[in-house]
Write a protein that binds this ligand. Sequence first.
Ligand code: URA
Length: 240
Amino acid sequence: MPKLRLDRFLSNQTPLSRTEAIREIKRGNVTVDGVIQKQPSFCLETEKQTVMLSGKEITYKEHIYLVMNKPKGVVCAARDKLSKTVLDIIPEKYHRKDLSTVGRLDKDTTGLLILTDDGDFAHKCISPKKMVPKKYIVTLDNSITDDDIAAFSDGITLADGTNCMPATLKRLNDRQAEVTIFEGKYHQIKRMFGVRNLGVNALRRVSIGLLNLPEKLPLGEVIEVNFDELAEKTINFSQN
Ligand code: URA
């Protein structure tokens, strides 16, 4: 049965810092099984006891996993002086210490984004060793040629000399293509097309492994997903 100090439980499961959690406990704003508990060091049985903070129940989850349909104009960062961040637009109930994005999408990129406070999962999901495919729909300022498709498949060398792993490029229509990459270098897709003298007008991520952007998820909204299902579709998914 997992046990945790009450102050640590609150700072893990809510956006409160440890100091703020201690303050809330000492003020009498926290109950355990209906009784006010003023001891920050109180040893809590996380799966058995009910904790309420200012009348709201705090349910225990070791980690949280969210899927967002990222809109344009928000950045993948913990905070930003100029722009809204993806953390600013998720509902308060999902806020947690250490919550961050699994990889990054540019400010003007839309689509599938995973957020979690599980660093181990995030690391596996973005590691090129795991070869988790990330699929994007890209709108270009010109049509792709068979040479572009061959160059992507051979592996593009970026303008600064960085070699990319082979990628899959498919023509969808005159200006749109589907591109699949297995790594996540900085501005990778825009830079790959840049090498081919193609400008990217719009970029949307539609899948990571077998996890598709949920069709009905509106831009800017998130859903909570279950770890086992997420892992099966991403880090445990093998194409072989
Ligand atoms: N590649 C890019 O250039 N931008 C993104 O947001 C994602 C991949």
